[in-house]
Design a protein around this ligand. Structure first.
Ligand SMILES: Nc1ncnc2c1ncn2[C@@H]1O[C@H](COP(=O)(O)OP(=O)(O)OP(=O)(O)O)[C@@H](O)[C@H]1O
Ligand SMILES: [Mg+2]
Length: 251
């Protein structure tokens, strides 16, 4: 579903290379965990997948279902079913969360040639999804993410994901700032979306999340490259021993 081949990317403003020859393949149905020390390029990779203009790809390619997405703008990528939950969700003042969700969902339906949802139908879907994620419906009247607590933002991201039913989901530290109950709720939300035609990339620092969202593969990102891949036992190994041995072995 996703094939990243020898990707090199730099910050557009100053030319600093952050991603340096990254290779990663994630198949449909797979949940892949990406781990790695602070500053190794994990969030940058998610920004590049989303199509942010602050980064330039200088070499390599990103294939989604066999086709390069490098020339697509962020909304085209979203419409094709690529969903990103960022480490720091963006606040959207002036737009009620409910309204935001409705526009986002209907835009994607339109792109896929499906009918727009009627308002009652939409509201029913949002309420069901919100209830599953234990989000207070009153929160949906507030502008998206404005004044939301850290954990509320993360839940709101998962709500968007549940409604949009994307095919490729990238979750950047969705566990950070969540209390123990919320971690479980968010993980259940992600697990509910697991399916043979969908892939999920979970970026996390902690094995704890991976006890709830059990990954099929684990990849270590360091200095803009994947330096080791393995199964879920790799995350346990990292938790116990840290990154030093793997970094040394890759050097
Ligand atoms: N716009 C930018 N300007 C300057 N440096 C940047 C910019 N974007 C990313 N970087 C640098 O790129 C490196 C990778 O950052 P990134 O946020 O991708 O790391 P990360 O792996 O997500 O780290 P963390 O685990 O702390 O979230 C860091 O050294 C960061 O300072
Ligand atoms: Mg990050």
């Amino acid at each position: 579903m996703l094939e990243i081949k020898n990707l090199h990317a730099r910050i557009a403003a100053d030319g600093t290379e952050i991603i340096r020859g990254l290779n990663l393949t994630v198949k449909a149905g797979e949940v892949a965990a990406v781990m790695g020390p602070n500053g190794s390029g994990k969030s940058t990779l998610s920004y590049i997948l989303s199509g942010r203009e602050d980064y330039e790809v200088t070499e390599g390619d990103i294939l989604y279902n066999g086709e390069s997405i490098l020339e697509l703008d962020p909304s085209e990528r979203a419409a094709k079913g690529i969903f990103l939950a960022f480490q720091y969700p963006v606040e959207i003042p002036g737009v009620a969360t409910m309204q935001f969700l409705k526009v986002a969902l209907n835009e994607q339906r339109k792109y896929r040639g499906e009918d727009e949802l009627t308002t009652p139908d939409f509201i029913r879907r949002v309420k069901e999804a919100a209830a599953r994620l234990q989000i207070d419906p009153d929160m949906l009247k507030r502008p998206l993410n404005v004044g939301f607590s850290g954990g509320e933002k993360k839940r709101a991201e998962i709500l968007q994901m549940a409604l949009l039913e994307p095919k490729l989901c990238v979750l950047d530290e969705t566990d950070s700032g969540l209390d123990i109950d919320a971690l479980r709720i968010v993980a259940d939300g992600v697990n509910a979306l697991r399916s043979p035609d969908r892939a999920v990339i979970v970026i996390t620092h902690y094995q704890r999340l991976l006890e709830y969202i059990v990954p099929d593969s684990v990849h270590v990102l360091y200095r803009g490259q994947i330096i080791k891949s393995g199964d879920k036992s790799l995350a346990l190994d990292l938790e116990a021993n840290g990154y030093a041995d793997i970094i040394d072995a890759a050097a």
